[in-house]
Design a binder for this molecule. Structure first.
Ligand SMILES: [Zn+2]
Length: 390
C-alpha cells in the first residue's frame, strides 16, 4: 500500500514537472534562439519610409515560425514573425517552412542523420502530440495544420496560398484592405517523407507547395551541403522531383549539396527557388551559392532569397545582405533576387519583420533604383508565383 502511494506521488511529481516544462521551456528557447540585434520600433529616412509604404507586394521566402509554440495570431515580443507584425510591415506573402529534424551540434560542414535530433526534444517539451515525437511525417503534417488553424482564427485576414486562385484572391483583397496578408507552406528537408512518395501527395493535400530536398544531413533524396556524401539525387530523389513537377510544387535548393543542385536543375522542368542563402562571391562557404549556380538558376527563371544571418552574409548584417544582392545583380540581374530572411530559424536577425524599411534604406544607400527595390522586396516573388503556381 505504502509503495503504491510512493509510486503515485512520483508519477504526479513527474507529470507536474512536465507541465511546468511545457509552460516555461519552449518560450525560453524561442526567446534565446531567435534574437534580434536591433529592437523595434525602427527609424529610417523619410525617403526610405515613403518608398517602403508605396510597396505593393512585399514577400519573404523563408521563416520557421511554425516550429515554435508562439501563437502567430497575436503580436509577440519574442521571435521575428507573427501575423500582426506582418500586417504592420505591410507584408503580402511569407513562406512558412517546416523543420522536422535538426542534429545536435549542427554545423555547416559535416553532419550525419544518426546524430541525436534536437526537434524530438523540442516537440517533447512543447507538449506536441505523441505522434510528433516519433514521426517526422507527422511533424510536417502537424505544422501544416497549425498554419491553417491560425489562418482560420485570424478571421480570414490571412490567406494560405495553395494555387493561383488563392494568390489572385490575396492580391484582390489587399487592393481593398492592406491588412490582409498571406503565406505558403514549404518543407525544409524531405526526410519527413520517410522514404515514401505517397507522403509527398499527402503533404501536398495539407497545403505544402515548396520542398527543399535536404536540410543539414544527407537523406533518402540525396546529399546535403552540410552532409557527408555531398552527393546528387538518389533514384528516390528523382521520383520525388518528377512527382513535384506533376503536382506543381517548387523545389527549394537551400542546403543542397552542389551535386544535388546540378541534378535537380537537370531533372526538373520548372524554375527553382533557393529560399534562404548567401553567395560565395561575398562569403565563401559550403551553404552559399557559387557563381555558376546563381547564373543557372537565374537563367531558368528561378529566385534566390538572400538570408539575413551571419554565415549566409557578412557582418554588419544589413550591409551584408545588400552586398550579396549587389553581387547577384552584377552576375545575373535583379529579376532573380528575393528576400529569404530565415526568420525564426534559430538566427540572430538584424531586425524583426517590422524592420524591413531598414533594408530599403540600405538598398537606396547602395545605389539600387526604386524599380529594382520593388522587385527585390516582393514583385519578383509575385511574378514567379503567378507564372508557376498551378
Ligand atoms: Zn535553413
Amino acid at each position: 500500500m505504502k509503495k503504491r502511494k510512493w509510486l503515485i506521488g512520483i508519477l504526479l511529481g513527474l507529470a507536474l514537472l512536465y507541465v511546468l516544462a511545457v509552460v516555461i521551456v519552449p518560450k525560453t528557447l524561442d526567446k534565446q534562439k531567435n534574437t534580434t540585434k536591433q529592437l523595434p520600433p525602427y527609424q529610417v529616412s523619410e525617403k526610405a519610409q515613403s518608398l517602403y509604404n508605396s510597396l505593393d507586394f512585399i514577400a519573404d521566402l523563408h521563416c520557421d515560425a511554425l516550429l515554435w509554440s508562439r501563437d502567430l495570431t497575436i503580436k509577440n515580443s519574442i521571435g521575428h514573425v507573427d501575423f500582426p507584425r506582418m500586417e504592420e510591415a505591410n507584408m503580402a506573402l511569407q513562406a512558412f517552412t517546416i523543420v522536422t529534424k535538426s542534429p545536435v551540434g549542427q554545423n555547416f560542414s559535416k553532419n550525419t542523420a544518426e546524430t541525436f535530433d534536437n526537434i524530438t526534444l523540442l516537440n517533447f517539451v512543447q507538449g506536441r502530440p505523441l505522434s510528433n515525437w516519433f514521426s517526422l511525417f507527422e511533424r510536417a503534417a502537424y505544422q501544416s495544420r497549425r498554419l491553417h488553424k491560425f489562418a482560420t482564427d485570424y478571421n480570414d485576414e490571412f490567406i494560405v496560398v495553395k494555387n493561383t486562385d488563392d494568390l489572385n484572391r490575396l492580391i484582390a483583397l489587399r487592393n481593398q484592405n492592406k491588412r490582409v496578408t498571406g503565406g505558403f507552406l514549404g518543407l525544409e528537408g524531405a526526410h519527413c517523407l520517410e522514404g515514401k512518395i505517397e507522403n509527398l501527395d499527402k503533404l501536398y493535400k495539407e497545403g505544402v507547395r515548396m520542398v527543399g530536398p535536404t536540410h543539414f544531413f544527407d537523406n533518402e533524396l540525396g546529399g546535403s551541403a552540410h552532409g557527408v556524401s555531398k552527393g546528387g539525387l538518389s533514384d528516390f530523389g528523382r521520383d520525388v522531383i518528377q512527382r513535384m513537377d506533376e503536382l506543381g510544387m517548387f523545389v527549394d535548393l537551400a542546403h543542397a549539396a552542389p551535386a544535388l543542385i546540378d541534378d535537380v536543375l537537370a531533372e526538373t522542368k520548372n524554375p527553382v527557388l533557393v529560399s534562404h542563402t548567401g553567395v560565395r562571391g561575398t562569403l565563401d562557404n559550403s551553404r552559399n551559392l557559387s557563381d555558376a549556380h546563381i547564373q543557372k538558376i537565374a537563367t531558368n527563371g528561378g529566385l534566390i532569397g538572400v538570408a539575413f544571418f551571419k554565415g549566409a552574409v557578412t557582418a554588419p548584417l544589413i550591409k551584408g545582405i545588400v552586398d550579396a544582392m549587389k553581387y547577384i545583380k552584377s552576375i545575373a540581374g535583379v529579376e532573380c533576387i528575393a528576400l529569404g530572411s530565415d526568420y525564426d530559424g534559430t538566427i540572430a536577425a538584424p531586425f524583426d519583420v517590422t524592420g524591413l524599411p531598414l533594408l530599403v534604406e540600405e538598398l537606396l544607400n547602395q545605389g539600387f533604383q526604386e524599380s529594382e527595390i520593388k522587385m527585390i522586396m516582393g514583385e519578383n516573388v509575385k511574378r514567379f508565383m503567378l507564372e508557376n503556381l498551378k
